[in-house]
Design a protein around this ligand. Structure first.
Ligand code: NAI
Length: 336
C-alpha cells in the first residue's frame, strides 16, 4: 500500500509514520498541493491525503491510475470532484466533526474583542499610548445573544454564553425542543432574533438557501447598535448590506472570520490575470471597505486552527486511512 500525503506539515510526518507505518509499506509526504503536475510524485499511490487547497478534478485523477481512496483532512469536500471519483471507483473520506469547542472559542474571542475593544487597546499600547479614551466597552452579562444555527458549534457557543450570564435566543430550521431546557435558551423566529439581539452570531451551513441570509432587507430590522459575528461562511452575509449598515452606524461593529469570496483576498495576484472574473471585483472592493472600519475585526478563516483541533483532524484521517487500507468499514466515507 502506498500512501501520499500532500499539504503535509513537518510535525505530521513522524506522527503519521508511527501510526500507519506498520500496516503500510510506504508513506510519502509533500508540503505542496496535489495538482496535475505534482500528481506525478504519487502516480502509483493507492491512497492520497490532502487538505482543502488541493483541487482534485478529472485531470488530477487521470494521473493517479492506481488510486483507491482520497482521505481529505477537512470537513468540506467541495475541492474534490465526487462524480469523477464515483466513475473511477475512488472512495472519499472526510473529517465530519473535529471540534465544535474550537470554533465556539474563537467566536467568543471575537465577541470579547468587540465588547472590550481589545484590538484597539493592543494597537494603542504597542505605540506606548496608555490613554483610555474611546476604549470603554460593554458587559456581556444581561445582553441578548442571537445564535443562528444551533448545531454542534452553535450549542457550544450557547454553553459558553451561559457562563457569561447572557440571555440566549436561537433560530434554527431544525428545532430540538429539549435543547431549550438543556441549554437554557429560547428558540425564536429569525425576524424576532434580529430585532432583539444585542449580538448575533452565525453558525449555520452555507448553501443555496442560506446565501445572503443577512441581507439589505433584513439587516435594517436588526436592533440599532447591535453587533454581528460570523465564523461560519462569508456568503451568509450580503457584504454590501453590512458595509452600509456599519457606515450608517446602524450596526456598531462586526467580527468576521470568514468573508464572501475570501479566496480572492488570499490570492490577490489573480487580479492581474486577464481571466479574472470581473464579477468578483465588487466583492473585493466591499471586503476592502470592511477592512477600513475600526469597529470591524477580521481574522483569516482561522477559527478551526487550534493545536488540539488539528491533532483531532489528523487522528481521524489516520483512522479513515487504516479502515480503508484494511478493507474495514469506514465511518467517515463521503456518500458519492
Ligand atoms: P452543524 O451541522 O452541527 O450545525 C448547523 C446547524 O445549522 C444545524 O442545527 C442546522 O439545522 C442549522 N441550519 C441549517 N440551515 C439553516 C438555516 N437556513 N437557518 C438556520 N439554521 C440552519 O454544523 P457545525 O459543525 O455547527 O458547523 C456550522 C458551520 O460552521 C459549518 O457549516 C461551517 O460552515 C462553519 N465552520 C467554520 C469553521 C471556521 O474555521 N471558520 C470551521 C468549521 C466549521
Amino acid at each position: 500500500m502506498k500512501i501520499a500525503f500532500f499539504e503535509a506539515e513537518e510535525w505530521e510526518k513522524e506522527y503519521v509514520r508511527k501510526r500507519l507505518g506498520k500496516r503500510n509499506s510506504r508513506i510519502l509526504f509533500f508540503s505542496g498541493v496535489l495538482d496535475e503536475k505534482s500528481a506525478e510524485l504519487a502516480k502509483d499511490a493507492d491512497i492520497v491525503s490532502v487538505f482543502i487547497y488541493s483541487k482534485i478534478d478529472k485531470k488530477v485523477l487521470n494521473r493517479l491510475p492506481k488510486l483507491k481512496a482520497i482521505a481529505t483532512r477537512s470537513t468540506g469536500f467541495d475541492h474534490i470532484d465526487l462524480k469523477e471519483c464515483r466513475k473511477k471507483k475512488v472512495l472519499v473520506s472526510n473529517v465530519p466533526s473535529y471540534g465544535e469547542n474550537t470554533v465556539a472559542e474563537h467566536t467568543f474571542a471575537l465577541i470579547l474583542a468587540l465588547s472590550r475593544k481589545i484590538h484597539k487597546s493592543y494597537e494603542r499600547t504597542i505605540r506606548g499610548n496608555f490613554s483610555l479614551e474611546g476604549l470603554r466597552g460593554f458587559d456581556l452579562k444581561g445582553k441578548t445573544l442571537g445564535i443562528i444555527g444551533l448545531g454542534n458549534i452553535g450549542k457550544h457557543v450557547a454553553r459558553i454564553a451561559k457562563g457569561f450570564e447572557m440571555n440566549i435566543i436561537a433560530y434554527d430550521i431544525n428545532k430540538d425542543k429539549s435543547l431549550e431546557k438543556k441549554l437554557g435558551i429560547k428558540y425564536s423566529p429569525l425576524q424576532n432574533l434580529l430585532k432583539n439581539s444585542d449580538i448575533i452570531t452565525l453558525h449555520c451551513p452555507y448553501n443555496k438557501s442560506t446565501r445572503h441570509l443577512i441581507n439589505s432587507k433584513n439587516i435594517k430590522t436588526m436592533k440599532k447598535g447591535a453587533y454581528i459575528v460570523n465564523t461560519a461562511r462569508g456568503g451568509l452575509i450580503e457584504t454590501k448590506s453590512l458595509v452600509n449598515a456599519l457606515a450608517k452606524g446602524h450596526l456598531k461593529g462586526a467580527a468576521l472570520d470568514v468573508l464572501e469570496e475570501e479566496s480572492l483576498i488570499k490570492e490577490e495576484i489573480q487580479l492581474l490575470s486577464k481571466n479574472f472574473p470581473k464579477k468578483h471585483l465588487q466583492n473585493l472592493l466591499e471586503n476592502h471597505l470592511l477592512l477600513t472600519f475600526d469597529n470591524v475585526i477580521i481574522t483569516p478563516h482561522n477559527a478551526f486552527n487550534s493545536e488540539e483541533a488539528i491533532q483531532r483532524i489528523l487522528d481521524i484521517t489516520i483512522e479513515n486511512i487504516s479502515c480503508i487500507s484494511s478493507n474495514k468499514k469506514c465511518r467517515n466515507l463521503v456518500r458519492i
